[in-house]
Design a protein around this ligand. Structure first.
Ligand SMILES: Nc1ncnc2c1ncn2[C@@H]1O[C@H](COP(=O)(O)OP(=O)(O)OP(=O)(O)O)[C@@H](O)[C@H]1O
Ligand SMILES: [Mg+2]
Length: 334
């Protein structure tokens, strides 16, 4: 087990949300603790609005935290503008490649400008460097002279990944990098992230709203619901032994992965509650088929399962996570 490269320690990110004519604070990330380890691909999964991008943006310094701490490679980070040398080490890949590419300039022009600002590559080596990165993302070097809109969606996302790699970062934060792509090109981009990790040793914080995408890519996965991490485990363990009813419901919505899950659990039903009006106790209880009175009265904490191994902890935030019988269909705990 390697040391963390990125560590969120009990972080809360708050925004003001409009409610009628007034504004009220919401916690888009609510006391989140997680770490991405050196050289690891760590997956974060959850429905729309669960707070995934909030954490991604926090990692690259685009969001501020209200409490807790953020540690990168052993250094405690403050809110506010980060020094250039630090920004260089944590790079983001967005869902929409245009978020990081200028449609009016050729890729070569854009890359050269970035290299000029950062100065880490000597001027006479910059062309060769761009060509090397293009080869790493499996694009023909001839495309360096194209503009982003002259490319296919998959090529454009590879260019956005190349842009993120240009300054040899230690951590890539990929926020739903395949969600906007045709299904036919998604697998190729997911494969590319796997290659980049093994070739370059880069650590990857990989966000998806679908568990199927992370299954063959990530070493560990966390599941997020309404600002909270509700379950975290190694990917194999999470798929083989999901303990939070929300994770089980997400898995059940991809039944080909868990053939027998249909017997017990329905896909997550209903809409998530608003962050402005969270249920008391467990915030998943309004959609949970197993919710009891205890769930209404007492908020569960994210704890290691009794069966959890010390080297690869399996954490879940459910009062009944250690009690598999609950998932046998009974609505109340014994
Ligand atoms: N800058 C902001 N100002 C106010 N509210 C915000 C801001 N950014 C995010 N939020 C709110 O925080 C919550 C979490 O949003 P976030 O974008 O992190 O979710 P997400 O999991 O990335 O969703 P999606 O899958 O749709 O991308 C949402 O309720 C959102 O409206
Ligand atoms: Mg998002």
């Amino acid at each position: 087990m390697t040391d963390p490269i990125l560590y969120f320690n009990d972080v809360t990110v708050s925004f003001m949300a409009r409610r009628g004519k007034t504004k009220k604070p919401i916690n888009a990330a609510d006391h989140v603790t997680l770490s991405v380890r050196q050289g690891e691909i760590f997956g974060l999964v959850g429905e729309s609005g669960s707070g995934k991008s909030t954490l991604a943006r926090l990692a690259v310094g685009l969001n501020s935290f209200a409490s807790g701490s953020v540690v990168f490679d052993g250094t405690i980070l403050e809110n506010g503008k980060r020094p250039l040398a630090l920004r260089q080490r944590i790079q983001m890949v967005f869902q929409d490649p245009y978020s990081s590419l200028d449609p009016r300039m050729s890729v070569r022009q854009q890359f050269m400008e970035i290299l000029k600002v950062h100065k880490s590559i000597p001027a006479d080596q910059r062309v060769a460097h761009c060509e090397k990165i293009f080869t790493q993302v499996e694009l023909p070097v001839s495309l360096l002279d194209a503009r982003p809109r002259q490319m296919s969606g998959g090529q454009r996302q590879r260019v956005a990944i190349a842009r993120a790699l240009l300054l040899s970062p230690d951590l890539l934060v990929a926020d739903e990098p395949v969600s906007a792509l045709d299904v036919s090109v998604q697998a190729g981009i997911v494969q590319l992230f796997a290659h980049l990790r093994s070739q370059l040793g880069v650590s990857i914080f990989f966000i998806a709203h679908d568990l199927a995408v992370v299954r063959h890519l990530c070493d560990r996965v966390a599941v997020m619901y309404m600002g909270k991490i509700v379950e975290e485990a190694s990917t194999d363990e999470l798929f083989a032994n999901p303990r939070h009813p929300y994770t089980r419901a997400l898995l059940d919505s991809i039944p080909r992965l868990v053939p027998d899950a249909h017997e017990h659990v329905a896909a997550p039903e209903g809409e998530p509650p608003s962050l402005l009006r969270l249920p008391s106790g467990c915030r998943f209880r309004s959609r949970c088929p197993y919710a009891t009175e205890r769930c209404a009265n007492e908020e569960p904490t994210l704890l290691a399962l009794a069966s959890s191994e010390a080297t690869a902890p399996h954490l879940a935030s459910c009062h009944y996570a250690n009690n598999l019988e609950v998932y046998g269909g009974r609505r109340s705990a014994p």
